[in-house]
Design a protein around this ligand. Structure first.
Ligand code: NDP
Length: 250
């Protein structure tokens, strides 16, 4: 956990960073924070109006001009990911980072009652889509001098928990996939892969999972950004294959 990390103002200057689920919650805060530290941010998500609002906020704050990439992981195909790679290649020629942040909760319910269609949807959005997108973007990451790929985990991705169903399984798979890929790229000094667990954070997803909780007791997305900056920027160079937490356990 690097919650006390003090980034330099131009930490991510000239870096091209893709943030998925950039329209809301933690992804929105990360997109704004990365832009504030000099990055050109590619805002990926499914609700264009939300992405446009983040775009406008970055412009209003005088950040580097971002790009919007509408994509819904639910229906996205390999063809979409390869077209995306081609577009980013012709626009930027390389990619210095991906924050895999988009995610859905599905339902918190006994497994006996879990709907198989919803299960597959959660696995698609939380793990399968991000995996194939990463495969398509690997050549662009390899063009970077220092690329960081961050997968978003959860405490239920470190240890499964009753009733958390596909969400927990998708996050356990995220941890596993990170280890596989990090081990494969071990000898590539310019590419690191890690997971980051935001911990309990004041967002819509947290509200759906814990409706009875007082949101005021939770850290905001903005408050957990130091670890997001550290893991994306040059100060974590050489750190790969590790499981990070954005805040100390509550
Ligand atoms: P939110 O629900 O606030 O935001 C999720 C984001 O993902 C939204 O921008 C949403 O888009 C996007 N998204 C959802 N489904 C899709 C899809 N099919 N295709 C593209 N984008 C999609 O959640 P958080 O900010 O809380 O969560 C961010 C990440 O952090 C998730 O991976 C979550 O699992 C993880 N996490 C969060 C914790 C917390 O306490 N908040 C704790 C542990 C992990 P749209 O706005 O259009 O719905």
């Amino acid at each position: 956990c690097k919650i006390d990390y003090q980034p330099t103002p131009d930490l991510l200057k000239d870096r091209i960073i893709l943030v998925t689920g950039a329209g809301d919650g933690i992804g929105r805060a990360a997109a704004l924070t990365y832009a504030q530290h000099g990055a050109t941010v590619i805002l990926l998500g499914r609700t264009i109006a939300k992405l446009e609002r983040v775009y406008d906020e970055i412009e209003a704050a005088g950040g580097p001009q971002p790009a919007i990439f509408p994509l819904n992981f639910e229906g996205a195909t390999l063809k979409d990911f390869h077209e995306m790679a081609q577009t980013l290649d012709s626009e930027f020629g390389h990619l210095d980072g991906i924050l895999h942040n988009a995610g859905m909760l599905g339902r918190i319910t006994p497994f006996e009652q879990y709907n198989p269609e919803l299960w597959n949807q959660v696995m698609q959005v939380n793990i399968n889509g991000p995996i194939w997108m990463t495969q398509a973007l690997l050549p662009l990451l390899q063009q970077s001098e220092d690329a960081s790929v961050i997968f978003t985990s959860s405490s239920v991705g470190r240890k499964g928990r009753a009733y958390w169903g596909a969400y927990a399984v998708s996050k356990c798979a995220t941890e596993g996939f990170m280890e596989v890929l990090a081990d494969e790229v071990d000898n590539q000094q310019n590419l690191r892969i890690n997971t980051l667990n935001p911990g309990a954070t004041r967002t819509q997803m947290r509200r759906s999972a814990f409706p009875g909780e007082d949101p005021a007791t939770l850290r905001t997305p903005e408050e957990i950004m130091p670890t997001y900056l550290w893991l994306m920027g040059p100060d974590s160079c050489g750190v790969s294959g590790q499981k990070w937490d954005a805040q100390p356990p509550r």
